[in-house]
Design a protein around this ligand. Structure first.
Ligand code: BGC
Length: 780
């Protein structure tokens, strides 16, 4: 295990426009034979890129990412052996280019920048091992120098300016450079240093434009066919000093680049040509975009398509869960969910990746976590984020911030945020503290995350206990509620139909139940008893004050969805609540009537109370608002609003109109668990439930596969000629509880299995006729 770096944090002692580099020319220690290994440890106030003798030592991007810097600053550990191996003595040069990143660039929607500090700085340590075992260490200290680089401006929101007339190669020569100055040591508490345990951000893929054309106003536009996150790489040759400007946007607006939804984020890169062959790649920024407008291009329009590539970046996560069906729009919806996740898992799980926001909004992840943990292996990524959640909570008097890392604590964020501050608990958002670790435990089966987050989880639910009204409800304070209910006024997304107190009480009740179950897993019986009692108190108050004759206070779909999904109504009340929910959905014409809180649970609430066909009508609805409406409008990611683009093709006039927000993608869980029919029945999928529930019309097949900790679990079904055929592949170590629509149930172990029954309609089962056949080895 590498020991943490002991180098110093340094910053240029001179004003440098754009991204400076700090560098050091040094001699390799002689007389120790050739270099056999080398390692670089690096971190920054800002983001850094380290090169040795001109060669990048890593393909990682935006190092050290974004954490709660006040308490946790990660450092990367890179193998630099390929750069130095075999060298025996002689001169070498190491540099770190320092971008402003999240530390010193724009952050938040009020124009704030330098939220964490104004001084970009880097801490780099190169450890070189020679053949005789000797180790030479070259670390940032006062002997380093500072120089300007070809990046003359950079910002995550605004973009990057690269002037290729400024040579990067000169920095790797021993000669002093124009503008070379000294550095200063930045006081820095090394106790904040933490090794990376989560995947770095890396390039993921490249995409070519599908179309290059001139807009009515004459702008040269390129369409990549996919709303994505990253940047464009341009290969070009032109006159020295010629400037090419690239503006990025997710949509077109009246056939021109639609930048209004970006608000203050300029998302503009400027490339200044050297006169020779240039390749520009702005790695100190990122944009959320599908379209690029290029000005200053002097070649033929059609040559741009060859010269331009979109580079998709994101945290380097392994894909684990897939879904396919016979319904092309549903398949595209699922792809949009995946793309929404890819674009917003760029080191921090964010609300959106394009406008002047891109923050770790906790409520968005609370809604989406269950889907996320299925699609990708997010265990290390989310564990890292949860550490920040806990450390922020610890330093905020037990309050969980609505964004993690919490930049808002430093910013002027307006009246609504002030109101949020006055609430002890902001349900759903704060509930991320319990919902996210629980989703991880369910998916991956390691109770370690529960142990690590235990103080955070229990701190949250004890705070909930303290915030309850005398009636044992969470009522009174400000709530974001069923955020973005489609019937809320566009400029007041918190004014939903569902009473915010009902939504809040239901959400925190779920957290208390999770805390109780967590305490049981960890053998903390006293705590378990405390939280069980608290859950009973809240649940009892909910029923007493808000449930009457099968109606739930405020009578909105979301309150039924939450009460059913979280077990707050039982017996006849549950059945009545399900019936009322189905009635409300039908009355709405089977369009969406729920926001962030209700949407992840409405289909489950319907299917669990006998309203499967209603659930499918809602799922397969194409009229706005619905999950498939954006797909019919050409969406390639999940939208923030159900109608981010209006049916007439214009952009929603609301201030808050992103085309890449994952929260409503939480429907992915129902696609995996109910449509395709694979759900965890024990933590880590050691037991699963194979229970596909096909609709009577609209779909003829669906399938899902999950690379679980036990291996690949796959299942699928198809309907033909009144017969339903279900297949499943179960790996060693996994038991599957199979339940088919007819009521047939069986438990099977490892192997390939197949069943058949008549569909639709209930099959009369008898051992003699056996309308279903299992071709695998079955257990139990
Ligand atoms: C974000 C949301 C977030 C919300 C809460 C918005 O600006 O984009 O996704 O959860 O604010 O206030």
């Amino acid at each position: 295990m590498t020991t943490p770096p002991t180098a110093l944090m340094i910053t240029p002692d001179q004003a440098i426009d754009g991204a400076p580099a700090v560098r050091r020319v040094f001699a390799l220690d002689p007389d120790h034979g050739p270099v056999v290994a080398a390692e670089v440890l690096a971190t920054a106030h800002g983001v850094c890129e380290v090169r040795v003798n001109g060669a990048p030592v890593s393909t990682d991007l935006l190092t050290p990412g974004w954490t709660s810097y006040e308490w946790r600053l990660r450092y990367a550990q890179w193998d630099a052996t390929p750069v130095l191996a075999g060298r025996a003595g002689g001169r070498a040069v190491i540099e770190a280019v320092i971008g402003s990143g999240w530390y010193a660039g724009h952050l938040g929607w009020d124009g704030s920048k330098e939220v964490h500090g104004s001084e970009r700085a880097a801490l780099v340590e190169l450890r070189i091992r020679f053949a005789d075992g000797h180790v030479q260490t070259v670390g940032t200290d006062e002997t380093w120098t500072s120089v300007p680089t070809e990046t003359t401006a950079d910002d995550l929101y605004d973009g990057q300016r690269i002037d290729r007339r400024i040579s990067a190669a000169d920095r790797f020569a021993a000669a002093p450079m124009p503008g070379e100055g000294g550095v200063r040591i930045v006081p820095f508490d090394a106790a904040r240093l933490a090794a990376y345990t989560s995947p770095p951000v890396r390039r993921q893929e490249e995409i070519s434009p599908i179309r290059v054309w001139r807009s009515p106003a004459g702008a040269l536009l390129a369409d990549f066919g996919q709303n994505l996150v990253g940047w464009t790489r341009l290969s070009v040759r032109g006159a020295a000093g010629q400037e090419i400007t690239l503006r990025h946007a997710e949509v077109l607006d009246a056939e021109e680049l639609g930048t209004r939804p970006l608000r203050r984020a300029r998302a503009t890169d400027v490339f200044v040509l050297s006169g020779a062959d240039d390749v520009f790649e702005p790695t100190l920024t990122f944009h959320g975009f599908r379209y690029v407008e290029v000005s200053g291009w002097s070649g033929a329009d059609e040559d741009l398509a060859e010269a331009l590539r979109a580079v998709v970046i994101g945290s380097d996560l392994t894909r684990t869960g897939t879904f396919r069906s016979s319904h092309p729009l549903l398949n595209r919806l699922h792809e949009n969910i995946v793309w929404g996740m890819r674009g917003n898992f760029v080191d921090v799980p964010t609300d959106c990746p394009q406008r002047d926001e891109r923050l770790g909004w906790t409520g968005d992840l609370a809604a989406f976590a269950e889907t996320a943990v299925y699609l990708y292996d997010t265990e290390a990524f989310l564990a890292d984020w949860l550490r920040d959640l806990a450390v922020e909570q610890e330093h905020a008097d037990g309050r969980i911030p609505i964004v993690v890392p919490d930049n808002l604590k430093y910013e002027e964020i307006g009246a609504m945020a002030a109101a949020m501050g006055s609430s002890l608990v902001i349900a759903l958002w704060n509930d991320a503290a319990c919902w996210v670790p629980w989703a991880m435990y369910e998916a991956y089966g390691d109770p370690g995350v529960l142990g690590e987050q235990y103080a955070s989880m229990t701190g949250h639910v004890r705070r909930v206990a303290a915030a309850l009204s005398p009636r044992d409800l969470l009522e009174g304070g400000f709530q974001l509620g069923d955020w973005l209910d489609p019937t809320a006024p566009p400029d007041a997304p918190h004014l939903a139909k569902a009473d915010p107190a009902v939504v809040a009480t239901a959400c925190v009740h779920r957290s208390v139940v999770i805390a109780r179950d967590t305490a049981l897993v960890l053998g903390r019986d006293d705590d378990a008893a405390e939280f069980a009692a608290l859950a009973t108190r809240i649940g009892g108050a909910f029923a007493e004050h808000w449930v009457r004759d099968g109606r739930i206070h405020s009578d909105a779909p979301t309150v039924y969805a939450l009460a059913i999904a979280f077990g707050l109504v039982e017996g006849t009340d549950r059945a009545a609540a399900g019936d009322r929910l189905a009635e409300l959905v039908a009355e709405s014409g089977h369009v969406i009537t729920t926001g962030f809180a209700g949407t992840p649970f409405i289909l489950t609430a319907l299917s669990e109370t006998g309203h499967l066909e209603t659930a499918y009508r809602l799922l397969l609805q194409e009229r706005c608002p619905s999950w498939l409406y954006p797909v019919t409008m050409g969406a390639t990611t999940m939208w923030e609003r159900w109608d981010s683009m209006l049916p007439d093709g214009t952009i929603n006039p609301g201030e808050m109109t992103s085309f890449n927000h994952y929260a409503f993608g939480a429907v992915g869980t129902w696609l995996h668990r109910v449509v395709a029919g694979l759900a965890p029945a024990a933590p880590g999928h050691s037991r699963v439930r194979i229970a596909p529930r096909p609709p009577e019309t609209g779909l003829t097949s669906a399938e899902t596969a999950l690379d679980s900790r036990h291996g690949r679990i796959a299942t699928g079904w198809s309907v033909e000629g009144g017969r339903l055929r279900v297949v499943a592949t179960i790996p060693e170590g996994v038991t599957a509880e199979v339940s088919l629509p007819s009521g047939f149930a069986v438990e099977v172990g490892a192997g390939a299995h197949e069943w058949e029954e008549s569909f639709p309609g209930v099959v009369v089962r008898s051992a003699a006729s056996r309308p279903w056949v299992s071709t695998g080895e079955s257990e139990g």
